[in-house]
Design a protein around this ligand. Structure first.
Ligand SMILES: Nc1ncnc2c1ncn2[C@@H]1O[C@H](COP(=O)(O)OP(=O)(O)OP(=O)(O)O)[C@@H](O)[C@H]1O
Ligand SMILES: [Mg+2]
Length: 309
């Protein structure tokens, strides 16, 4: 199995803040690897260490076969990095944006590369339009095309679809899957659960520590979280009472239904059966979702303000 990323025990501190803790990560060549975790959990910092923009304080490993501590120049040349929030220069035209990026990479055959990218995107006829006039979805597709101009082997995408509508997000993900099928490795951070499910494998980071990794099914199974669906009349208003039952860890509303989750099945199941019987509600065991599991991981993470760093 060929690994595009293989790092062990990477650490990064900013002042006395320990932002990435002993991060070990293996990403296979050609796979789409999702990077999940709450705000401030260290996703962007980890990505910047992987692409050679930030030197880890300690740890070791390789990205595309190059040493992350000593060969950052080689890594940078073969990685496409779409940074969080920034995507394009609004006051340059579509073509100028691509030309600028091609120039930054010192590419030869810039004109051909830009023309090819515009053709692939179907934007050749709009090359002189200001990028700022594009819709959010098109901006992100153009930014992705800019990251691909120098034909990188690894793409690092930091929340590439934040604020983009569902149809444009789906198109963006179809493109990511096409790239993966062509052998390009993709590490993508996201807060969207549907996107996490579209990854081949994923990792969940909290306060700089990797708490779970694997396929979506493996990550869900590892938490051993059980979930029940409650339905019936008068459910609204029962949430607070349910939260107080022994064994209940989460209560979440889905339209007219409630989902209740907890890891202690032996305690929770009889409590819920009693509760539903008393209130005339139907009870059904359902599968836990990635969202249920991530919320649990978040709730069980140590408070960074209590830590001794
Ligand atoms: N250059 C820096 N100097 C000091 N602190 C930093 C620096 N960069 C990041 N941090 C801090 O490190 C922590 C992790 O930040 P990071 O941006 O990696 O998180 P993230 O998981 O990408 O969050 P988000 O989901 O909000 O993008 C945060 O507490 C942040 O304030
Ligand atoms: Mg970030």
């Amino acid at each position: 199995m060929e690994l595009a990323i293989d790092v062990q025990n990477l650490n990064k501190r900013f002042g006395d803040k320990h932002v990435v803790r002993d991060l070990s990560l293996r990403v296979r060549t050609g796979e789409i690897f999702g990077f999940l975790g709450p705000n401030g959990s260290g996703k962007t910092t980890s990505i910047r260490m992987l692409c050679g923009l930030l030197t880890p304080d300690s740890g070791s490993g390789r990205c595309l076969g190059y040493d992350v501590l000593t060969q950052s120049g080689e890594i940078k040349r073969q990685v496409g990095y779409m940074t969080q929030k920034f995507s394009l220069w609004d006051d340059l035209t579509i073509a100028e944006n691509l030309e600028f990026v091609a120039r930054m990479f010192g590419m030869s055959g810039r004109r051909e590369a830009v023309d090819r990218a515009l053709d692939d995107l179907g934007l050749a006829g709009r090359r002189n339009q200001l990028a700022g006039t594009l819709s959010g979805g098109w901006k992100q597709r153009l930014a992705l095309a800019a990251c691909l101009l120098h034909r990188p082997r690894l793409l690092l995408l930091d929340e590439p679809t934040a604020g983009v509508d569902p149809k444009a997000r789906r198109d963006f993900w179809e493109e990511i899957h096409r790239l993966s099928a062509a052998g390009i490795t993709i590490l993508v951070s996201t807060h969207y659960m549907d996107e996490a499910e579209r990854c081949h494998r994923l990792a969940y980071l909290s306060y700089g520590s990797l708490l779970a990794a694997g396929t979506a099914d493996e990550v869900i199974a590892a938490q051993q979280l059980a979930t029940w669906e409650l339905s019936g009349p008068g459910l609204t208003g029962l949430g607070a009472e349910l939260r107080r039952l022994p064994g209940v860890e989460q209560v979440a509303s889905f339209g007219a239904l409630l989902h209740v989750s907890g890891a202690d099945v032996a305690t929770l199941q009889p409590e819920l059966e009693r509760f539903c019987h008393a209130h005339g509600l139907a009870l059904e065991r359902v599968g836990s979702t990635l969202e249920d599991v991530f919320i649990r991981l978040m709730q069980h993470s140590p408070d960074p303000f209590q830590e001794a760093s």
